[in-house]
Design a protein around this ligand. Structure first.
Ligand code: HEC
Ligand code: HEC
Length: 468
């Protein structure tokens, strides 16, 4: 609304992408994409322009004039037709459930987390597209997590995947050369992912892989750890929440139709528009750790950091993982059909995160690697058991991952993003810690048995993890 007071001429000169939103005669929310060659390393000015446009799309409240709504398509991430159009365009459970991405991701600002009221009802959405019910047998209810530092998370996941794939190849080669089965421990950036056994005939025993899919691709997104990339998630979310269908998945190439959702709008978002949304999310500054000015908080936080490692919290919430390169290729290396893939473009665009102001503030280790302070391991764990069952509250397995298994939540930004837990249904950090069962049960019991002063110190420490 502020824009109304800015002269239209000034606005369109300075901020071409915002102009359409301020146009009183036009109710479209999506301005035309900027003309930027998406190939090779983008100049800083191009990356800034692309990201700025991505931010406009992330905050845009899509309208039917843009193609919002999907009368004949479900929320499923695999293009799936409905049997008949829904009675209502917006529908809290099966979607559309929001006007914009930022309608949910807005704490403490666009790109952030969301309160309980922004929970999403996640279902695979093939059969029961129109569930009018929050009963957990129809969908899994998830809280909105924040996207700050998401580019670094995806880069870590890609490098870890490459490491695991190299270990698999090496085991196969050694087994082939020796004629004997070879067992290999899988580790990436110091995190263990179980074992594989390679046989001389090229067969792999995958039964003891732990915390990652059997294709050894680390999928860092969604609380379940089942989504590969920001680009994939963005295409999913646009369809699910807004009925805005990206041509790269719902267009002619894969569905044989340009207007798959049959709302009268063909190819609702093109490759550049998805790239822009990806670029904006990938370049969001990571959360930071506060150095408290208050002396008693500072001391407690120091003590709390000790407790965090003594109680073995840091075995899953690893304070920092090392990253070799800040070059974010888009499309990335591990997406599957339906999300633009590296093989479908001549030269991928690279967003060089090293050009961004915040990159210089990240610590480096003695090898010169960037230490990403995520407080996570990008690994899935059993997090509920018979006695401590809270996190086992879902009824639908997702993408063949069991119901009591979730990926370690990155704790960076924690203090800015309550409530907690994958359903955003725990009001305090203490409750979230006490809810850990399964593989985290020992750490949780250690925490519960600590003297109160140590528990308070641990919370004071976690409260230094904020989004600026
Ligand atoms: C109705 C609320 C809502 C809307 C609208 C929404 N999101 Fe989300 N978002 C969520 C929830 C809830 C999750 C966690 C999903 C899960 O764990 O399965 C999430 C997760 C994500 C993630 C993964 C983050 C991570 O670290 O795992 C990305 C990326 C994302 N959203 C991008 C978007 C984009 C882009 C849009 C707009 C096209 C969007 N979201 C719209 C609620 C929303
Ligand atoms: C075995 C691995 C593991 C260990 C050990 C572990 N956690 Fe977690 N932690 C997780 C997983 C997985 C989740 C996600 C739970 C969910 O929401 O389903 C989580 C979630 C959390 C959350 C909630 C974050 C949010 O934003 O919702 C906090 C806080 C947390 N852990 C703190 C701790 C502390 C403190 C310790 C040590 C006492 C600890 N964790 C030990 C795996 C672990």
């Amino acid at each position: 609304m502020k824009h109304i007071f800015i002269s239209a001429a000034v606005l369109s000169a300075a901020l071409p992408v915002a102009a359409i939103q301020a146009n009183p005669f036009d109710e479209r929310a999506v301005p035309p994409p900027p003309e930027i060659a998406l190939s090779g390393t983008l100049a800083k000015t191009d990356l800034d322009e692309l990201s700025a446009y991505g931010e406009v799309l992330f905050s845009a409240r899509f309208t039917t004039l843009d193609g919002a709504g999907r009368p004949m398509a479900t929320q499923s991430i695999i293009p799936t037709k409905r049997r008949q159009p829904p009675e209502d365009m917006f529908f809290r459970t099966a979607g559309l459930d929001s006007g914009s991405c930022a309608g949910c991701h807005n704490v403490p600002r666009a790109g952030g987390a969301g309160d309980f009221v922004t929970n999403v009802f996640v279902s695979e959405g093939f059969e029961s597209a129109d569930f009018d019910n929050v009963d957990p047998q129809f969908s899994n209810e998830r809280g909105t997590n924040h996207l700050f530092g998401a580019g670094l998370i995806e880069l870590l996941a890609r490098e870890m995947t490459a490491e695991l794939h190299a270990q698999r190849t090496a085991a196969l080669k050694r087994s082939h050369a020796s004629g004997q089965p070879v067992e290999a421990v899988l580790t990436a950036k110091g995190v263990e992912f179980g074992r594989i056994v390679a046989h001389p005939d090229g067969i792999l025993d995958l039964s003891r892989i732990d915390g990652v899919d059997t294709d050894l691709v680390i999928r860092p997104f969604s609380q379940k750890g089942v989504m590969t990339s920001l680009r994939q998630f963005t295409v999913n979310a646009l369809n699910h929440h807004h009925g805005m269908q990206a041509a790269e998945r719902f267009g002619n190439r894969w569905t044989g139709e340009a207007d798959y959702d049959e709302d009268g709008h063909a190819d609702e978002l093109d490759v550049t528009q998805i790239s822009a949304m990806t670029a904006w999310q990938a370049t969001l500054a990571p959360p930071v750790q506060l150095a408290p000015e208050d002396e008693s908080w500072r001391q407690a936080a120091e003590q709390g950091a000790e407790v965090f490692s003594q109680a073995r919290c840091s075995s899953c919430h690893v304070p920092a993982l090392p990253l070799t390169s800040l070059g974010f290729d888009d499309p990335g290396p591990y997406d599957a059909a339906g999300t633009l893939r590296a093989a479908e473009v001549e030269i991928a665009a690279t967003y060089d995160l090293a050009q961004l102001d915040w990159a210089g503030r990240l610590e480096r280790n003695e090898k010169g690697e960037i230490m990403v302070p995520l407080f996570g391991d990008l690994k899935r764990h059993v997090i509920a058991d018979q006695q401590v069952a809270h996190f086992g509250n879902e009824l639908l397995p997702q993408r063949f991952v069991d119901r009591n298994i979730f990926q370690t939540t990155e704790l960076w930004g924690l203090a800015s993003t309550g409530p907690y837990g994958h359903r955003n249904d725990l009001t305090t950090i203490d409750e979230a810690i006490r809810a850990h069962g399964g593989e985290a049960r020992k750490a949780r019991d250690l925490y519960v048995d600590l003297p109160e002063e140590d528990r308070r110190a641990l919370i004071a420490y976690l409260k230094t993890l904020v989004i600026e």
